[in-house]
Design a protein around this ligand. Structure first.
Ligand code: NIG
Ligand code: FE
Length: 417
């Protein structure tokens, strides 16, 4: 299909050259075109320009959109999710309201282990259908690329089942999907007294199979207090590298865990969460190509302290934002809300938050050459807002559904009601 979108009030994140990522002060620069047009052919953006300079002949397009008063954005890249899961955990939500902490719930066998039990009792088809529904909801909210982790299997069969579901999702959607193996999400109860046995299972049985069958792009470890130590993380990431799996890890959510440093040491593409980030961690990140990724809806939902985003950007670091959509700590994939939290709680400027959820989150999932900007040659992942006064209105008007149209891979996913 050939689509022409004209009379766009502002094209946000319009770029002419490829940009890997934006860091430090540059995060406050958001390139825009006012009164513009975008053309799409097949899966790809073929033209971007200003109305006053003229636009392609309308007759050659199958679909014409006049976006008067509307803003065009590149679809969000959500570089950290756990959307393959069974059941839900609203019981633990109430336990936390009554005073239990996330870690206390985890210690008594709830949390991730609760989801693991449910997942191991759910069929691959059911998991696929429920994850597909979540993906659809995310697409309706403007997300066009999603990284999805395993990590609720915690057994050979459970982890492989999850990764197979993610592979099926890749083939049944126009969204771009990346798969991450997170067998090291929690130590299963039966290995509590011999955790090395579980680490050995990950390294000697799961990783070789996953590598051979090409079931994952990345390898994750929850490197934090009460979960996996930096030494265990190091051993797992070194083993994963033998199969070409690049690290993207959970780090420093619950403590100064050493996770950031072990991620940087293993050339992680991203380290994620980072509520506990001090000078040492910032220095380690400054000397690396690792993308610090913040997940403010998790800190919001669990009542954790927020990561020091301002300090990190002011030190010159890039920041990516993602939803962490999962049943325990962030049961929502709504990126607009993540952006609002980034502005309100992390004190990020709207420009910084938009860069973090597009260019930088594309980098954090290895898609910086094709996603995260409205640029000729990029994948045609574009959403249009309803008429709004400014792009600042998007994070400001938190909770409102401001999206009118979503195009993913050149296909119309959502049209105005
Ligand atoms: O990113 N922190 C570790 N893992 C997930 C939570 C998973 C869960 O509680 O089910 C997270 O927050
Ligand atoms: Fe997570």
């Amino acid at each position: 299909m050939k689509i022409l979108i004209k009379n766009i009030k502002t094209i946000v994140q319009a770029r002419t050259a490829n940009k890997d990522k934006v860091s430090g002060k540059e995060m406050a620069n958001l390139p825009c075109i006012n009164d513009g047009w975008i053309s799409i052919e097949g899966h790809t953006i073929t033209g971007v320009g200003e109305m006053k300079e003229g636009l392609p002949t309308e007759l050659q397009f199958d679909h014409l959109i006049s976006a008067d008063g509307q803003f065009a954005f590149p679809c969000w890249c959500d570089s950290h999710t756990h959307i393959v899961y069974a059941g839900s955990r609203e019981g633990e939500f109430v336990d936390r309201i009554k005073g239990l902490t996330y870690e206390e719930i985890a210690k008594r066998g709830g949390g991730i282990l609760n989801s693991a039990e449910k997942l191991n009792n759910t069929s691959e088809d059911e998991l696929f259908e429920s994850a597909r529904a979540r993906l659809h909801e995310m697409a309706m909210n403007g997300t066009g690329a999603v990284e999805i982790k395993s990590g609720y299997g915690l057994s050979f069969d459970g982890e492989i089942k999850m990764l197979r579901v993610i592979q099926r999702l890749k083939h049944h959607t126009d969204l771009t999907i990346k798969a991450t193996f997170l067998g090291a999400h929690s130590v299963p109860l039966k290995y509590k007294l011999n955790r090395q046995e579980y680490v050995d299972l990950l390294i000697n049985e799961m990783l070789p199979f996953i590598g051979y069958e090409k079931l994952a792009d990345y390898c994750d470890v929850f490197c934090d207090r009460g979960f996996f130590t930096p030494d265990e993380t190091d051993a797992i990431l070194i083993a994963a590298a033998k199969y070409g799996l690049i690290p993207k890890i959970h780090a420093n959510e619950l403590d100064y865990s050493g996770g950031i440093q072990v991620g940087v040491k293993n050339k992680a593409l991203s380290v994620d969460h980072l509520e506990y980030t001090g000078d040492e961690e910032i220095n380690s990140l400054l000397n690396s190509a690792t993308m610090p990724t913040l997940l403010p809806s998790t800190a919001f939902f669990l009542g954790l302290k927020y990561p020091p985003a301002r300090k990190m950007i002011d030190a010159g670091l890039p920041i990516a934002l993602a939803s962490d959509y999962n049943p325990g700590s962030s049961p929502s994939g709504k990126m607009a809300f993540v952006l609002s939290l980034a502005c309100v709680k992390l004190k990020m400027l709207p420009e910084e938050a938009i860069n973090a959820a597009t260019i930088n989150s594309a980098y954090a999932m290895g898609l910086n050459n094709s996603h995260g900007a409205i640029k000729v040659g990029n994948r045609a992942n574009v959403f249009l807002t309803r008429p709004i006064p400014h792009y600042n209105y998007l994070p400001y008007s938190f909770g409102s559904d401001l999206i009118s149209t979503v195009i993913i891979g050149g296909k119309m996913y959502r049209q105005p009601d």
